[in-house]
Design a protein around this ligand. Structure first.
Ligand code: FAD
Length: 447
């Protein structure tokens, strides 16, 4: 989405009446997702300001989906009928320092929550590449950052509250609700409207990041785990075009790491200026590098709050495979370098620790995520993704729920052992499919 369109849409949204659809948007000006590659199918968008309003809306609406910050690239958030945005549900509700827990409204963005936590002396365990995304929308799709010891962002959830299809409120907690809770956290928007989340927090910490350039691919074979464990959070950026990884971003905690890193790292050389993951772009929007210490929330994401992250006009796809297969999988992808090259801005390789959340792509496996930031060339990308997916098939690849993929429902069903239980759990809260949409029907319910 261009800045101009975004501003135009923002001002149209600002005037919306509380419980009435957003009539100011004409059919032509339907709301788009962040990247602008898709237009939501309805202009009936509601902006409730309280949980009571959410309940009233759910009771009187036969079909709906919840909308967070619109950062998904596929139609997971879409509805043909009604969208309920959490834009106005964006407050911190309480912080329990003794229990090390913060309770927030669903629509709060990490970029809003993190400075608050830091000021109170606390931190989250991990963050995605950008802080502009809502907490509930991120957890619903198992959004992740990097770090061999770091679970995805949904693993920080210790309780959640949601409004179910009949308008009633359900609260589930890790402590009391066992498997039901584990089934609900990565909920894909299917169980109802999450209104509150309680997240586990820890004492705040300082971080610094160093970037290395041109890591020989040959080093990955024997040293992949060492490389990815060289910091609290490590990312590799590659365009698959040469025999070296373009950039290695190493984000370390100041309190537990060597603050005088070597100039050379497995054959890669330390960068002498701040870099963007796409080396040709200005690093102005990127978080501070070159070892400058800063708070955890200004180093873990690659992009600063208040700036347009990444490339903007882009598409994204991302695939999870077991970490033990990382090098083999990367070699498989690199066999497609000629096909990928023309459509790619950059790829990123990250690690995610195993978890036990039913619909998490990282369930029961320490994972590697192979991510593609692609040009917004939809026909070309539609042809490319099945090729990549075929190369990754031997590794039981699972796609990112919020990005583009073409893997069939049948294949997915074989890769999510708790899928049948998830469907039962959904049915217990939404027996008539109020929260189902075309995306869920296609990728979850048609297997
Ligand atoms: C530039 C960019 C960078 C990104 N970087 C990363 C990254 O580093 N790591 C990563 O894993 N992903 C990344 N993503 C993907 C992004 O994190 C996910 O798509 C995430 O789901 C976005 O959250 P959202 O609130 O914008 O979700 P939306 O697109 O608004 O919604 C996503 C899903 O969550 C559901 N949902 C939202 N709010 C609620 C609620 N309150 N109750 C129930 N369901 C709800 C929606 O119905 C939908 O199914 C990136 C995306 C972009 C555009």
């Amino acid at each position: 989405m261009t800045r101009k369109t975004f501003v135009k849409l923002s001002s149209a949204l600002a005037g919306a009446t509380l419980l009435s659809p957003l009539k100011t948007l004409s059919q032509k000006e339907k709301l788009k997702n962040w990247a602008g590659n898709l237009e939501y199918s309805t202009s009936n968008i509601f902006y409730p300001k309280s949980i009571k309003e959410v309940q009233d809306l759910v009771k009187k609406t036969p079909k709906l989906r919840t909308l967070g910050t619109r950062h998904c690239f596929n139609t997971i958030a879409d509805s043909q009928d009604n969208l309920i945005s959490t834009r106005e549900l964006n407050k911190v509700i309480s912080l329990d320092a003794n229990a090390r827990a913060v309770t927030v409204e669903a629509g709060i963005k990490y970029g809003e929550l993190c400075p608050y936590l830091d000021e109170k002396g606390f931190a989250l365990h991990n963050l995605a590449s950008l802080p502009h995304i809502s907490v509930a929308g991120s957890c619903a799709t198992a959004t992740h950052g990097s770090g061999v010891g770091n679970g995805n962002l949904a693993t920080a959830v210790i309780a959640l509250e949601f409004v179910t299809a009949d308008g009633s409120i359900v609260t589930l907690s890790k402590e009391k609700d066992g498997e039901k809770f584990l089934g609900a956290v990565v909920g894909l928007g299917a169980l109802g409207i999450v209104t509150k989340l309680t997240l586990s927090i820890q004492p705040k910490f300082m971080m610094r990041q160093f970037v290395y350039e041109h890591l020989p691919v040959s080093q990955l074979k024997d040293n992949f785990d060492k490389i990815m464990s060289a910091g609290y959070s490590v990312s590799l950026f590659t365009d698959w075009q040469t025999d070296s990884i373009n950039e290695v971003w190493i984000k370390s905690r100041v309190d537990t790491s060597n603050n005088n890193p070597p100039k050379e790292f497995f054959g890669a050389m330390i960068a002498t200026k701040n870099l963007h993951p796409i080396a040709e772009l200005s690093a102005e929007n990127c978080t501070e590098q070159m070892g400058v210490p800063g708070p955890w929330y200004e180093r873990m994401p690659h992009f600063k709050m208040g700036f347009t992250p990444s490339s903007g006009k882009e598409l994204q796809a991302e695939y999870f495979i077991p970490r033990k297969n990382a090098v083999e999988a990367m070699l498989a992808v690199s066999r497609l370098s000629k096909q990928i090259g023309p459509n790619l801005f950059i790829s990123e390789i990250r690690t995610i620790a195993a978890d036990n959340l039913w619909m998490s792509p990282n369930r029961n496996q320490d994972s590697v995520a192979i991510h593609f930031t692609l040009k917004q060339e939809i026909p070309e990308v539609s042809k490319l993704l099945p090729l990549i997916e075929k190369e990754l098939e031997p590794f039981n690849v699972r796609p990112h729920w919020g990005k583009l993929f073409t893997i069939s429902a049948k294949q997915l069903a074989g890769r999510y052992e708790k899928l049948a239980d998830f469907k039962k759990l959904v049915a217990s809260y939404d027996p008539n499919g109020k929260f189902k949409n075309d995306f869920l029907n296609k990728v979850i319910y048609s297997s």
